[in-house]
Write a protein that binds this ligand. Structure first.
Ligand code: ADP
Length: 499
């Protein structure tokens, strides 16, 4: 063996076994040279090289390495980060990373990046090991990690057995490749009975609902990595029908899963309770309506009697009572509307209407209810439209009463009517300068029973139904409803109706 090649081999052995895994990088973060065994931390590339560091460092270490380099560049001194976790073939290991500027050259020209297993003893173990194989420290990490993995798998199995959710993984042709054992509790089948079966040919979905299931899976197949949700009924082994809330995600391209994951949960009881609650609201509001209407009629008669008897004080009190009865009637009507919406029974009585006239009339009526606010109208000429005047009035009343209610310290409400840009619809907007609605809350305000939960709105009365009903009414007219707002910047509610 020639001297030079002997030296080279010794140098290489020493470097591989006694020097921490290190790379030399230049100021452009190109790797100039590797020292030691860097294979745990960098892609397998040894010796001289010139490659961008970011392409070589393991993805889960890169962020820390980059942070350290930028600190070193800024402060011109070495920096170190200990116990950085990374994953190496299913092992979670920890490493200390040090970045040291090489000062003999121009400042900022070169850096050494050193990787050492977190525990110094583990590093000693490498130094005495002349083998080129994976370091002892990594093996120790691996041992710990294997135990960890076993524990995790055990936990996962227990979770899957006891979970309320059932998980099924199937491939594109519908063959079940994995079935969680929790299926037994929910549908009575054992996991073994289902694995290998086809979810379509050996379906557990109620025949009437299979088209819903197909639509869900088709969406999943067409849009990998997106989660889709649906609800349909499934039949248990004993014939019981159960309502399932189902979510589905296509992970066929993920090498760890290689399938479509369907996760479902029995919501039969919740739906039953929900149904009972809705039925109760329907019955209760219906039963309340008759006595409240009678009370209103008697109050009106009594009011007239008191006026003829010149008892203006009592007549005044009765007038206040009538206002409260009106509020009660409105609440009951909202509840009745929600019941009708739930049952698909909200009927429209459409006729040709002059929307500007209708808006003016409602604005005049609403102006009577507020002393603080002035309602300002900006109306563009718009043609006659076909709509249900009573229901559109309801939307307008809701918009304007909300504008009054949620802007107690301002004094203007602006109503605009105008044609859309392409003249295909008419638009009405109601603008206030009150408490406004934050961006993240805006998507919820048209939902049933939704009310903002902050201190500011807690003091305002309401059931959170007005906008939900308004949205349904506008939807039935094939129109659109939306809001532009920001916290404390007022709100501008819009609805459009097609022409
Ligand atoms: P309610 O007013 O009875 O609570 P709505 O369905 O009419 O129910 O409104 C839902 C929620 O939207 C309200 O509770 C309120 O938080 C918010 N909201 C509606 N209109 C306005 C507005 N003009 N300004 C600020 N917040 C509003």
């Amino acid at each position: 063996m020639k001297q030079s090649s002997l030296e080279k081999e010794i140098e290489s052995l020493l470097l591989q076994n006694y020097v921490p895994a290190t790379v030399l990088v230049d100021k452009n973060l190109q790797v100039i040279k590797f020292y030691g065994n860097t294979s745990d931390y960098l892609l397998p590339s040894q010796g001289d090289a010139e490659m961008p560091l970011k392409d070589l460092v393991r993805a889960d270490l890169l962020h820390e390495v980059e942070l350290l380099i930028s600190k070193v560049q800024k402060e011109k001194k070495p920096f170190k980060k200990e116990n950085v976790e990374f994953h190496s073939s299913e092992i979670v290991a920890k490493v200390n990373i040090a970045v040291v500027p090489v000062t003999s050259t121009l400042p900022d020209s070169y850096f050494l990046i050193m990787f050492q297993p977190s525990d110094a003893q583990k590093y000693d173990a490498i130094s005495t090991n002349t083998s080129n194989d994976i370091s002892n420290s990594t093996q120790r990490n691996k041992k710990i990690s294997e135990q960890e993995i076993e524990e995790r798998e055990e936990k996962f199995r227990a979770l899957m057995q006891n979970a309320f959710d059932v998980i099924t993984i199937f491939n594109y042709d519908g063959t079940i490749t994995y079935q969680s054992e929790s299926i037994e509790k929910v549908l009575g089948y054992t996991a073994a009975e289902r694995v290998g079966k086809n979810i379509f040919k050996n379906s557990t979905v109620l025949p009437e609902d299979r088209s819903i299931e197909k639509r869900l899976f088709q969406k999943c197949i067409d849009n990998p990595y997106n989660i889709f949700r649906s609800e349909f009924r499934m039949v248990a082994k004993d014939g019981t029908i159960k309502i399932m809330e189902v979510s589905c995600v296509n992970l066929a391209n993920n090498s760890n899963v290689r399938g479509i994951i369907k996760s479902y949960r029995d919501v039969t009881e919740q739906r039953l309770i929900q149904r009972q609650k809705e039925d109760f609201i329907g019955v209760a509001s219906h039963e309340l309506k008759t006595p409240v209407t009678s009370i209103k009629a008697y109050t009106q008669i009594l009011h007239e009697t008191l006026v003829t008897k010149n008892d203006s004080e009592s007549a005044g009190i009765l007038l206040k009572m009538e206002n409260q009865i009106d509020r009660l009637t409105n609440l009951i009507n909202d509840l009745l509307d929600v019941t009708k919406i739930n049952e698909g029974k909200l009927k429209l009585k459409k006729e040709p209407i002059n929307l500007n006239e209708l808006v003016e009339q409602i604005a005049d009526d609403m102006q009577m209810t507020t002393k603080r606010h002035t309602i300002i109208m900006n109306q563009q000429a718009i043609p006659t439209i076909i709509a249900d005047p009573e229901k559109i009035s309801q939307v307008l009343i809701n918009f304007i009463s909300n504008a009054i209610k949620y802007s107690p310290t301002s004094n203007q409400i602006i109503i605009n009517t105008f044609l859309s840009e392409n003249d295909k619809s008419v638009i009405v907007s109601v603008q206030d300068f009150g408490i406004g609605i934050s961006k993240e809350m805006q998507k919820n305000i048209f939902k049933r029973f939704f009310r903002l939960k902050d201190e500011a709105t807690r003091t305002y009365p309401g059931l959170g139904l007005g906008l939900f009903i308004s949205a349904e009414i506008v939807k039935r007219h094939k129109g659109k409803i939306w809001v532009e707002s920001a916290s404390n910047k007022g709100a501008k509610f819009y609805f459009s109706l097609p022409m």
